[in-house]
Write a protein that binds this ligand. Structure first.
Ligand code: HEC
Ligand SMILES: [Cu+2]
Length: 385
């Protein structure tokens, strides 16, 4: 139901001068709507090849059927001798396909060169892919807090991509771009779109228009959930949005921190951790606080049974208190592995600051005030005075 939708640039922002070129290509039987400056070229190359294929399919199959009927044996004894040679025909079926192939190669190669060459003035966004999320980091050092990709309109944008774990792939169908994200190396992708997506900050999600950002490389159990939305903002709105990203949590006071920020941050953990006790790729957070603070389940095993929560957490032990244990679990997930889970949690070092970790801890302590999806249900958030 959530479908790619594009609309004319908003009139109110005064940014229209930027949004003139590159008409969006319409959706058709094969392709979704195109929204980047690449779309017309890519779609043309695709349609060109497709129509040649339709033409020759009809020609070849049509002639085959026609000849089969026309020259079928009707009880005659003598077999006609087929022609052994026809110079014009042979030249024709060699030269015409060669010219067509050269054309296809030329379109394809020219387009490929464009796709692989980001303009000098591109706006760079760093993308780190990990099981099973995309993290976008901007030149200011701020990360996209809701993990969606926000880009300025009318400007080339370059993604510099790397993977924390396995092979992933960035795929933006509306922009006609796709590229592998390979662990241990950087890959780049660039695009430009000249059309704002309407309603990007509308509180009603149904009014938001956006493009899809998929992972296109099967990367494990949560692959299908590895997804982000792309919002295209007028430059002025983009600057404001970017300024807010670094400090969106700073404005939250007291309990508001875990009530408001907790659920948002949990979005990064939800692919592996449940809140309702069901085991996923990682242990459920239900009962986590109890087992880490000496309550029910504190005899739970870690590190193949060499440790328990009680042997690790408490005054004078490795972790003075449950907070330190949780903090360490987030920053150094490989330190102590909960039995029977695997060492697959990515580190959130450099992605979650102390404030964010505080918010997560607050949420873990107050899990009864959240529903199974992580929505806060404890009444209106209360800010400390
Ligand atoms: C890719 C899956 C994955 C993601 C995403 C993930 N975790 Fe984990 N997490 C695990 C696994 C598996 C374990 C158990 C193994 C271990 O201890 O490392 C675990 C263990 C933990 C523990 C210790 C739990 C216990 O019962 O002792 C905490 C705390 C934790 N994760 C917090 C987080 C937070 C906070 C996030 C999000 C910011 C997160 N995790 C995201 C897979 C994940
Ligand atoms: Cu992936």
């Amino acid at each position: 139901m959530i479908h790619l939708l594009l609309q004319a640039p908003s009139e109110s922002t005064g940014q229209n001068a930027l949004m003139t070129s590159a008409p969006v290509t319409p959706a058709d039987f094969w392709l979704p709507e195109g929204a980047s400056t690449f779309a017309p070229q890519v779609d043309f190359a695709f349609q060109f090849v497709a129509w040649i294929s339709y033409f020759f399919f009809v020609l070849v199959v049509g002639l085959m059927i026609f000849f089969a009927i026309k020259y079928r044996q009707k009880g005659r004894e003598a077999y006609a001798r087929g022609p052994s040679h026809h110079t014009m025909l042979e030249l024709g079926w060699t030269i015409i396909p060669t010219i067509l192939c050269v054309f296809m190669f030329w379109f394809g190669f020219r387009g490929f060169i464009d796709l692989r060459t980001p303009p000098q003035n591109s706006y760079q966004i760093d993308l780190t892919a990990q099981k099973w999320a995309f993290n976008f980091r901007y030149p200011t050092g701020a990360a996209s807090a809701d993990q969606n990709l926000y880009i300025p309109v009318g400007r080339p944008v370059k993604l510099v991509m790397r993977s924390e774990d396995v092979l992933h792939a960035a795929f933006i169908p509306a922009f006609r771009v796709k590229h592998d994200i390979v662990p241990g190396r950087y890959s780049t992708l660039w695009f430009q779109t000249d059309h704002v997506t309407e309603g990007w900050n509308d509180s009603d999600p149904l009014k938001q228009k956006f493009h899809h950002f998929f992972c296109a490389e099967y990367c494990g159990k949560g692959h299908s959930g590895m997804y982000a939305k792309i919002f295209v903002l007028p430059q002025a709105d983009f600057d404001l949005w970017l300024e807010k990203q670094g400090r969106w949590m700073d404005d939250l006071k007291g309990d508001e921190l875990w009530q408001v920020a907790g659920p948002k941050l949990f979005g990064r953990c939800a692919s592996c951790h449940s809140l309702n006790g069901s085991a996923g790729t990682g242990p459920s957070w239900q009962g986590l606080w109890a087992r880490a603070s000496g309550g029910a389940g504190s005899d739970g095993k870690l590190d193949n049974g060499r440790e328990t929560y009680t042997s690790l957490i408490g005054p004078g032990k490795k972790f003075e208190n449950p907070e330190s244990y949780v903090r360490n679990s987030i920053l150094n997930p490989g330190d102590h592995i909960v039995v029977p889970y695997g060492n697959v949690m990515p580190t959130f070092r450099g992605q979650l600051n102390d404030l964010a970790i505080d918010a997560i801890i607050g949420m873990m302590k107050n899990l009864d005030k959240f529903d199974a999806k992580g929505k806060y249900i404890g009444g209106a958030p209360i800010a400390a005075k």
